[in-house]
Design a protein around this ligand. Structure first.
Ligand code: BGO
Length: 271
């Protein structure tokens, strides 16, 4: 049985280095359908049944850039068996923004924290097990450049793909938002893939301008949901998309304060 693993990460996170390390010369290069964004696919060395699908380097899964649209169309419509999310360990806070969005997709996922050679050289510390616990998904330290931990990360992705076990990240936002998302979920649950319910609910809440490519809401559904969104917006005095963005950052700040210690920072890690 073929296993498809999508490799996702920010630009400059080391994605190309990791892709080359995992696939060697067994790569096929083309374009994503209809757009001039490069599409690279390869076979995991020593595992002919495992395909690694490289996604464009992206910071987010918003509908505003071609690369982000290509990536999310692939993830939502093709639904790979697992996501291998490469994260730059020297810039972890920024990189986790994409990670938290990917986790909402309900696809089994492994986070590979890259550039660990640099993190160590800088004297910084990342508590991998704490990070794994807070994200509710396996986290592996790697150095793509030195080829350390890369095979282990890929094999972990194969393992989660086979287990079909996805993270249950369910407390990213404040209670008002979580309650509204739950209500939206009940309205749309019969129209979407159940594992992706949370992702859809967040996108509907954000009034994502391209969400109708994935889900068609009728007038009754829209007029049921819209007052819920407006009520939260009035209470917090911000638009729904900005609310999600800022609460996502708050969630990440909390995770980083628990799991990352920069050299010279006052806060000790609670290991
Ligand atoms: C240059 N450790 C270290 N130290 N560097 C790494 C690691 C790692 O684990 N992984 C990747 N890099 P890409 P995207 C470069 O190219 O794979 C480095 O965009 C340089 N180039 O070698 O391209 C990697 O595909 C000149 O660095 O990332 C690359 O995600 C001087 O991170 C950069 C210094 O990796 C980006 C670095 C001419």
């Amino acid at each position: 049985m073929e296993i498809k693993i999508a490799l996702a990460g920010n630009p400059n996170s080391g994605k190309t280095t990791l892709f080359n390390n995992l696939t060697g010369s067994r790569q096929r290069v083309g374009n994503w359908p209809g757009v001039t964004v490069e599409k690279k696919e390869g076979t995991l060395k020593g595992h002919n049944e495992v395909t690694i699908q490289d996604l464009p380097g992206i910071y987010s899964l918003s509908p505003y850039s071609l690369e982000e649209v290509v990536s999310r169309n692939y993830l939502v419509k093709e639904k790979p068996d697992a996501i291998l999310n490469i994260v730059d360990g020297t810039n972890i806070e920024r990189n986790l923004y994409l990670t938290t969005q990917l986790l909402e997709l309900g696809i089994p996922m492994v986070v590979a924290v890259n550039m660990m050679d640099l993190v160590e050289r800088n004297g910084d510390k990342i508590d991998i097990s704490k990070l794994s616990q807070e994200l509710d998904c396996p986290v592996i330290e790697i150095s793509a450049l030195k080829g350390k931990g890369t095979k282990e990360a890929a094999l972990k992705a194969v393992e989660v793909a086979k287990s079909h076990h996805a993270a249950k990240i369910s407390q990213t936002y404040t209670k008002d938002i979580e309650t509204t998302l739950k209500k939206i979920e009940t309205v749309i649950e019969n129209q979407v893939n159940h594992t992706m319910l949370r992702w859809y609910a967040v996108k509907v809440f954000e009034r994502d301008e391209r969400i109708d490519e994935f889900i068609k809401l009728d007038t009754a559904q829209k007029s049921q949901i819209e007052p819920w969104i407006q009520s939260v917006e009035e209470k917090i005095d911000d638009d729904s998309e900005s609310i999600i963005t800022s609460q996502r950052y708050d969630f990440i700040t909390k995770i980083v304060s628990h799991a990352v210690k920069k050299k010279g920072s006052k806060h000790e890690l609670s290991i």
